[in-house]
Design a protein around this ligand. Structure first.
Ligand code: COS
Length: 378
């Protein structure tokens, strides 16, 4: 078993870390106040290869693999969790098109995402009545005069107001998971409307919107993969996406823990730094141990993905454990900060809000347990 990183992985990690330290971490609070990630940040992510970490070089991707991607995600999330989720969804969209797309689709969209020309990708699966149960989706795609016409709504769509391409799931057949297909929809498609912008608790610099498909017309070659295979495509994309969210949670918890260590050394009570108290030492010890365990689970899932073997269960375990432990770590770090941690003067207040959704999106903790339990018991 090798725990050492190779040269490429180390280089991607260092590139992401340097960018996060210099550009993201000092400005993350401002991005949150602005409720916007600057376009220059997205441009830089593309230029650094961080929107295409696991995309082949022939489409301008970094071709650095799934492990490097998970490492980069941790570093970017350590700097700004909102930027990290934008990066995560764009990488996931690029990968799903690369995996299932035709050569023409890959040339147009995978290359466009990698170079930054398309700015970002959006993943349009969830609906108001279809969150944990995407098989219940109601959006339809019907073939009319040789064109696909999409009608319906989507919910919780990351980056929808600036993404250049949407991967959209719609019902082309009967009810349930078998009747779903996947489509590629450029942002300028007539009838595509960005509706509600969500006013979220955290990740406030990332945009989350609802979509309306008002007779959206797409050519026949907008179909991604085979007709009726959409549910499987979504599940496979989410397997990879869950590694990214596990890594994001680790990145947020890493930032929080570093801040706790520094605060505990500085803050004096009863005549000595609070780091000298065993109560604080134990909180830091538990947090570091859990964080290391979460990172190892994320790395295991990423390594399996990179090796081309089944990783659904391991990805669910990594996402479940990392998101839950990261939440506990951030809560402990706030406790270490005392009253100051409850103010916007310290970043931990933002980390606590940002990390919370990692137990919800790309599959709730309850869904991860369902996936893991089913796979163990089948
Ligand atoms: N990879 C490949 N195929 C998969 C798969 C995976 N990880 N998971 C399921 N499938 C396939 C199954 O093999 C099955 O195929 P067949 O019909 O050919 O047998 C099909 O998909 C349906 O699977 P299943 O019957 O397990 O579907 P369910 O409706 O019971 O749903 C869960 C399974 C709950 C695991 C799934 O709906 C899920 O992950 N939900 C959470 C969705 C989510 O993460 N939403 C957040 C969106 S992003 S914010």
């Amino acid at each position: 078993m090798h725990l050492e990183l190779d040269d490429t992985q180390r280089m991607v990690q260092e590139t992401a870390r340097a960018f996060a330290e210099k550009t993201l971490r000092p400005n993350a609070a401002q991005y949150e106040r602005d409720e916007k990630i600057p376009a220059s940040v997205l441009r830089s992510l593309a230029d650094l290869g961080l929107l295409s970490v696991n995309i082949p070089a022939r489409f301008e991707g970094a071709e650095a693999g799934a492990v490097a991607y998970a490492l980069a995600m941790q570093e970017i999330a350590r700097g700004c969790a909102s930027t990290a989720v934008t990066m995560a969804v764009t990488n996931m969209v690029g990968e799903v098109i690369n995996q299932f797309g035709t050569e023409a689709q890959r040339e147009r969209y995978v290359r466009g995402l990698a170079t930054g020309e398309l700015v970002a990708g959006s993943f349009a699966l969830s609906e108001t009545e279809a969150g944990s149960d995407p098989g219940a989706m109601r959006t339809t795609a019907t073939l009319e005069n040789d064109r696909w016409i999409l009608r319906g709504n989507k919910q919780w769509i990351t980056s929808a107001d600036f993404a250049g391409v949407f991967v959209v799931w719609a019902r082309t057949g009967g009810p349930g998971t078998a009747g779903i297909s996947t489509f590629l929809m450029p942002a300028n498609t007539p009838g595509l409307r960005i509706s509600k912008h969500e006013d979220k608790m955290g990740l406030r610099a990332s945009s989350t919107c609802a979509l309306v498909f008002d007779d959206c017309e797409l050519p026949q070659d907008a179909l991604l993969g085979e007709l009726g295979h959409g549910f499987r495509i979504a599940m496979m994309a989410l397997d990879g996406g869950r590694i990214g969210i596990g890594a994001q949670a680790c990145g947020i918890a890493s930032a929080a823990l570093e801040e706790a260590i520094s605060y505990a050394k500085d803050r004096t009570q009863f005549g000595k730094p609070i780091a000298d108290f065993q109560a604080i030492q134990w909180m830091i010890a538990d947090s570091q141990t859990e964080l290391d365990a979460a990172k190892l689970l994320v790395m295991r899932a990423a390594s399996l993905k990179q090796a081309g073997v089944a990783f659904s269960r391991e990805a669910a375990m990594a996402k479940l454990f990392a998101s839950e432990k990261a939440g506990q770590i951030c809560d402990r770090v706030l406790q270490i900060h005392g009253g100051y941690g409850y103010t916007r003067d310290f970043a931990i207040e933002r980390h606590v809000r940002d990390v919370r959704v990692s137990r919800i999106y790309e599959g709730t903790s309850e869904i991860q347990r369902t996936v893991i339990g089913r796979m163990i018991l089948r």
